[in-house]
Design a protein around this ligand. Structure first.
Ligand code: FES
Length: 455
């Protein structure tokens, strides 16, 4: 309707035009300018441990095959046969050394190279292209702590450049242990009738909604213990900490460990050494016997953050959320829950919610089983927390479809730029205090930057 793309996000007043959450043309442009260019999260390499293992996933509006070859390398290829465009794999995953198209039988290796076709001599007589040119379209791939990312932007920024300062913090979650993380089974998947950005911008460390949408967490004592007289826990102290924004839209919320220790264990953190704090509340998902691995894998400065303001919830632009959350247990112990979501776009008003549950490879079996059970109960398809979230996103999307609703704006007013706490050793745009809109506002600013860039 003549509105410039740049005017969909208004920096002067920190507003976003609501129509971005429903407009089909904007959605199509996002597929090209965002998902067609950035590093897309697709899964975890532990999903395809053996030669020939593969899974099929969505990379923006395209389907891709993620497979491991005989040399152990992970490849991501467009699931489109170069012959007549059929999907080469019509499965969700499996194991094969030959991906054979069911239409006319062209065959491809797990790295996407063309092998051959049936009755090749007859059918390819007079062919114009050599075998090297007949393979599947290959994406550029990187592995980060076992997480698989891929991009069609072959000459674009490296994944490290894309993460930028956020990497220093994310290493504390994904690269903290000797052997790293792995998935506990295939991801849960379900469709939500909502625009992907309703979920995506929440993944940019929106902490504020916990106080109202997830209020029951305090009422049942499943986030902070109830008060001694049995009344509900006040969750607002949980909202204090440090938030890290990124010029590339990544976001992280770190929670004050001292508050966590006193609220979850009843111990006085002022009386505890760093080691005693780690023993009292090991990083979420780590067994206490693994804590000694931290010093081998992280710098002293990262350890300082981990033992004062540990990262808890955050996102990787544009559609990934991770949570390394402490959950009090009925027996008085505390369990860590490790969850990783992708909100995969499936149309202007539809997303697929994909939920991976993680565990440390070195965690004892009993702990892995408890993490799996706890995380399923709280996060994902049947999870109590995400039932709340996935109820709001469709309403927001419907609001953005209304003749009047689409003319309204989203208002990001709580941008304070309070700055980092004194002595903060980490890089990046850091703000302390009560949870705010800073991280989400930077998410939208990067969305605007990508959407207005034609390169
Ligand atoms: Fe795949 Fe013809 S479309 S072999």
């Amino acid at each position: 309707d003549g509105t410039k793309i740049a005017d969909l996000v208004l920096p002067a007043t920190r507003e976003v035009q609501m129509r971005v959450l429903s407009d089909p043309e904007i959605y199509e442009l996002e597929m090209e300018r965002i998902f067609g260019k950035i590093w897309n999260f697709l899964g975890h390499e532990s999903e395809i441990p053996n030669s020939g293992d593969f899974v099929v996933r969505d990379m923006g509006s395209d389907q891709v095959i993620i497979s491991r070859d005989k040399a152990g390398e992970v490849h991501v290829m467009l699931n489109v046969c170069p012959h007549r465009g059929m999907r080469v794999s019509v499965l969700d995953g499996g194991n094969t050394q030959i991906h054979k198209c069911i239409y006319h039988g062209w065959a491809f290796r797990p790295n996407g190279d063309f092998i051959g076709a049936p009755v090749e001599k007859e059918c390819m007589h007079g062919k114009m292209m050599c075998k090297e040119e007949l393979g599947l379209k290959k994406a550029r791939v990187t592995l980060y702590g076992g997480l698989i990312f891929a991009t069609w932007n072959i000459e674009g920024p490296s994944f490290e450049d894309f993460l930028g300062d956020a990497k220093w913090y994310y290493d504390m979650l994904f690269k903290r242990s000797d052997r790293g993380l792995e998935v506990l089974g295939p991801p849960q998947r379900f469709v939500v009738r909502a625009n992907w950005k309703a979920a995506g911008e929440q993944s940019a460390a929106d902490g504020f909604h916990t106080l109202t949408l997830h209020r029951w967490l305090g009422e049942v004592g499943n986030y902070a213990k109830k008060n001694e007289d049995g009344t509900s826990a006040d969750l607002s102290p949980e909202m204090y900490g440090v938030e890290i924004s990124s010029p590339h839209g990544h976001a992280l919320r770190c929670i004050d460990l001292a508050r966590k220790i006193s609220r979850l264990t009843g111990l006085d953190p002022k009386e505890l050494s760093v080691q005693q704090k780690l023993d009292a509340l090991p990083p979420a998902g780590m067994h206490k016997d693994m804590v000694e691995q931290l010093a081998r894998n992280l710098s002293p400065e990262q350890l300082q953050v981990l033992t004062t303001m540990p990262p808890q919830v955050g996102g990787i632009f544009p559609n990934v959320l991770f949570g390394f959350v402490y959950i009090p247990q009925p027996d008085g112990s505390v369990l860590g829950s490790l969850t990783l979501h992708a909100y995969v776009p499936r149309g202007p008003d539809k997303l697929e919610f994909v939920n991976w549950i993680l565990a440390e490879k070195d965690a004892p079996q009993e702990l892995r089983e408890r993490i799996l059970k706890q995380t399923i109960q709280l996060f994902g398809t049947s999870g109590m927390v995400e039932q709340d979230d996935s109820d709001t996103w469709p309403h927001i999307t419907l609001s953005a479809k209304g003749a009047m609703g689409k003319k309204q704006t989203l208002k990001y007013q709580a941008v304070y730029e309070t700055g980092a706490p004194e002595g903060w050793p980490g890089p990046g745009m850091v703000n302390e205090g009560f949870t705010k809109d800073d991280t989400q506002w930077h998410w939208w600013m990067y969305w605007r930057e990508l959407m207005t860039s034609e390169v």
